[in-house]
Design a protein around this ligand. Structure first.
Ligand SMILES: [Zn+2]
Length: 88
């Protein structure tokens, strides 16, 4: 998992997500499944812990504390759902 301090933290991951265009689906608000670049899906959790935005991805990079494109893709949907009540 990694902490999203600012958009800059995941700027590169967002770029990768834009290139790879993974499939993102919401299991529920805060829990997402994002397709990996080599197939399969990774689970990404987005939540707040003591005021910090935490992104927890099951991929190797995410487990090692590095921002990954799965997390970036999930955050995009998460932010959208947070500001769009009907999307819940
Ligand atoms: Zn990941």
């Amino acid at each position: 998992m990694f902490i999203l301090k600012s958009q800059e933290t995941i700027a590169k991951a967002i770029e990768r997500a834009r290139t790879i265009k993974p499939h993102v689906r919401a299991v529920r608000f805060g829990r997402y499944e994002v397709s990996g670049s080599t197939g399969g899906f990774y689970t990404v959790m987005c939540y707040r812990n003591r005021g910090q935005k935490v992104i927890d991805c099951t991929c190797k990079a995410g487990q090692a504390g590095r921002p990954c494109f799965h997390g970036a893709a999930a955050v995009g949907l998460h932010s959208y759902m947070a500001t769009t009540p009907l999307a819940h």
